[in-house]
Design a protein around this ligand. Structure first.
Ligand SMILES: *Cc1c(COP(=O)(O)O)cnc(C)c1O
Length: 386
């Protein structure tokens, strides 16, 4: 069965697995299926490939290999970092985060509140920015961890994590950043950022779903979230997802090799799309500041039309985009990120995210620019408001 052409503009939700990554993984599904913890050579050899992948993902973030824990996803990494900070400092029962984090963080924090912990969700400005003085003032003596994402998955807006890490250092508080949206888009250097914990997810980087990592800075105390065998030096039980780990390593290598080029290419395509839409169509505007922002993300409001209708007609034209994050679509709630930025519910419900990736072309951008005005005009004509 051949698939009809798709125009994929939802790379912040997931990315296509790179063919090079698939090629690197296949031997570990077909032939080298041993358990890396086994003592015989058939297992040990597999373990060497896990080590090599660990070195590759460590290089991507300028960490030491032993500072990397492989997890099952970005969600597990976020949960694990916060869990560990609370478990290693039982007298500290406060978590400081923001109102615009991914649900992998927000919903875990909401659960902690139910368990009796105190959580502060810092507000953002209409531009999507944080007030760092307010952040500093919100750190309490019993704050176990500050968790602030680096790049917002919905708007692409970047938080100054290096400055935030410095504030936390000064205050003696642990700092975690959800950097899931950054690899391949920004240079990541954990030494320069000076963070204690950092989360990544492979499927946002052209590797498979179901594999992620948590960077834990050397000498930072760690308590495992998943307890079992002694894998990951006792920090994460469970037999290693070898093929996916190898794929993650290969994807990290590819991302490092192409970073400066891809960064400018994605930005040029994103700007062509965004500027094209804003210039051609009245009643459209960007959500949040133009900068500092991920080079690949554009979140736009289309006045007087429901995002759901736009997405449906885009889908009929083979175009994949999204409203809010993929993890919350299907629910009727407007995006918590946009409402935290002060958007009205109507505006939040009229907003679409386009997120570009390494496989997008100028011709694909032009295809969207050609089809979208007609879609919006049609919806506006049918709208009870229009
Ligand atoms: C996708 C995403 C996650 C969740 O990662 P999974 O591997 O899907 O669990 C967490 N944070 C951000 C910012 C994301 O974009």
């Amino acid at each position: 069965m051949t698939q009809p052409a798709i125009y994929y503009f939802d790379n912040n939700a997931t990315t296509r697995v790179a063919p090079e990554v698939v090629d690197a993984m296949i031997p570990f599904l077909r032939e080298q299926w041993g358990n890396p913890s086994s003592t015989y050579a058939f297992g040990r050899q597999v373990g060497e490939h896990v080590d090599q992948a660990r070195a590759r993902v460590a290089a991507l973030i300028n960490a030491e290999p032993r500072e990397v824990i492989f997890t099952s996803c970005g969600t597990e990494s976020n949960n694990s970092a916060i869990h560990s900070a609370l478990a290693t400092q039982p007298d500290k029962r406060h978590v400081l985060t923001t109102a615009v984090e991914h649900s992998a963080n927000t919903n875990f924090c909401a659960l902690l509140q139910k368990r009796g912990y105190t959580v502060t969700f810092l507000p953002v400005t209409p531009d999507g920015a944080l007030d760092l003085q307010q952040l500093e003032a919100a750190i309490r003596p019993d704050t176990a961890i500050v968790s602030v994402m680096w790049a917002n998955n919905e708007t692409g807006i970047l938080f100054p994590v290096r400055e935030i890490a410095a504030i936390c250092r000064r205050k003696g508080t642990l700092f975690h950043t959800d950097a899931v949206q950054t690899p391949g888009k920004l240079k990541i250097d954990v030494r320069e950022l000076d963070v204690d914990f950092l989360s990544l997810s492979a499927h946002k980087l052209h590797a498979p779903k179901g594999i992620g990592l948590l960077y834990v800075k050397r000498r930072v105390k760690y308590q495992p979230y998943i307890v079992g065998g002694g894998q990951e030096r006792g920090r994460r039980g469970g037999t290693e997802n070898v093929a996916s780990i190898v794929g993650f390593g290969r994807a990290a290598e590819l991302a490092m090799a192409s970073l400066p080029d891809e960064h400018t290419r994605a930005r040029a395509l994103r700007d062509r799309l965004e500027d094209g839409i804003l210039a051609a169509m009245p009643g459209t505007s960007r959500n949040g500041a133009k900068e500092p922002r991920l080079p690949n993300t554009s979140n736009l409001a289309f006045e007087g039309v429901e995002a759901e209708g736009i997405l449906m007609l885009l889908d009929q034209a083979g175009i994949c985009a999204s409203s809010g994050s993929a993890c919350t679509t299907g629910s009727l709630d407007p995006s918590h990120v946009l409402t935290a930025m002060g958007c009205s519910v109507a505006r939040a419900r009229s907003s679409i995210r386009f997120s570009l990736g390494i496989y997008n072309t100028e011709a694909e951008v032009d295809y969207v620019l050609k089809h979208l005005p007609g879609i919006i005009a049609k919806l506006r004509a049918n709208s009870p408001m229009g």
